[in-house]
Write a protein of this length. Structure first.
Length: 379
């Protein structure tokens, strides 16, 4: 389940920090910067200071904090045997958390080939290798088969972002009507992709097609000020989106629609009627995105906002802990105490992985990589 190249942060130079705007200065001793990876989960993590430097978007920091916690909690719920409570929580979580993350990714998306390679593709390659080695050792399967066309579990998100960002030049437009047409086409592609039995886990194409409209909606919403419109009409959007979300969740609960509909990695399996649940999923997820944007505070919240600025380590590292817990089977039995434990473990794990020491390690690795990638003699 775990950002933007354009989150109003600065470029990291060997001599310090320099803003994108002239006559504005960054003071390195006052700043703390996490590893930067493009996308909704992976944001430029620079603590803002009270100068004329543009402020961070605290609202999206807060939304990312909520979403990254939900990602961890959702993965831990998978370890518990299915039951009424776990099933309901799991369906609610998967009904919106990845669409919302991809919306945020698109909101800050900006085409930059160098950053796409170094901040999306490189982490994907590195963690694909690490998770493959880890999984091999954990399961005592020493016949390694390291490959990069089938993303390991949560790494599908990075590969999807890589494809989306490469496609951005094709979707560039300042015309609102053109943007609406493109998003409509993306929704149509998402709906019909489930009929293709050939699109499955290879390069995460099935998920890439399923979640494409959310990424593009975020991309255009930034350009056409959708967030500002929501804030101006907050009461209406909040009530309407909350009602739709409630209706949608009740629909899924009453009709016991399979959570496979929300994964995006499964085709319809020849079921012609599966189009309706996919449509409901897309519509419901959009309502959740409106609800989050209207309900989450745009003010700085202690710990929460900071967590939202440090999601990279949480996303990339929590999978190791989840797999260890899965191997131990300590959460397997369906009972209330295990659900509570899963929640508490999620809180602690999210906090620990977002802590300063972990992020400093990521910063150090990033600095070493940047130095190693510099041409010889280039200062």
């Amino acid at each position: 389940m775990a950002d933007a190249a354009d989150s109003k942060s600065a470029d990291h130079k060997s001599c310090g920090f320099k803003s994108h705007q002239p006559h504005q200065f960054w003071y390195p001793q006052l700043l703390y910067r996490d590893v930067t990876i493009i996308g909704g989960i992976f944001m430029n993590n620079t603590a803002d200071i009270k100068t004329n430097i543009p402020q961070r978007d605290y609202q999206f920091d807060n939304i990312r904090a909520l979403l990254i916690f939900i990602v961890v909690f959702g993965h831990l719920l998978e370890l518990i045997d299915d039951g009424p409570v776990t099933g309901t929580l799991y369906r609610v979580i998967y009904s919106f958390h990845m669409p919302a993350f991809l919306f945020v990714s698109g909101f800050f998306a900006k085409y930059d080939p160098k950053k796409i390679l170094t901040k999306i593709l490189l982490p994907y390659i590195v963690f694909q290798i690490l998770y493959t080695l880890f999984n091999s050792i954990l399961n005592k399967n020493y016949e390694l088969q390291i490959q990069f066309t089938l993303p390991y579990w949560l790494l599908w998100y990075l590969l999807a972002l890589f494809i989306y960002f490469l496609l951005l030049p094709l979707f560039e437009t300042d015309n609102r009507d053109t943007a609406i047409v493109i998003i409509t086409i993306c929704f149509f592609i998402s709906l019909t992709s489930g009929y293709d039995t050939g699109t499955n886990k290879l390069l995460s194409i099935s998920r890439v097609l399923t979640f494409l409209p959310f990424f593009m909606a975020g991309f255009y919403s930034h350009r056409f000020k959708l967030k500002e419109w929501i804030n101006k009409n907050k009461a209406f959007v909040l009530v309407f989106s909350a009602a739709v979300c409630l209706i949608w969740e009740v629909y899924y609960y009453v009709f016991e629609v399979s959570v496979n509909t929300m994964y995006g990695s499964k085709n319809y399996g020849g079921n012609k009627m599966a189009l309706a649940p996919r449509f409901m999923f897309l519509f419901g997820a959009c309502s959740w995105i409106f609800f989050l944007t209207a309900s989450v505070s745009d003010k700085r919240i202690p710990f929460i906002t900071t967590l939202g600025q440090r999601t990279v380590a949480v996303y990339l590292l929590h999978g190791f802990v989840v797999k260890l817990l899965e191997k131990s089977m300590i959460l397997k039995e369906y009972k209330l105490i295990n659900i509570i434990f899963a929640f508490l473990i999620s809180v602690v794990l999210t906090a620990v992985l977002a802590a300063i020491p972990v992020n400093k390690i990521f910063n150090t690795l990033k600095t070493l990589y940047k130095r190693a990638s510099k041409p010889i003699g280039n200062k």
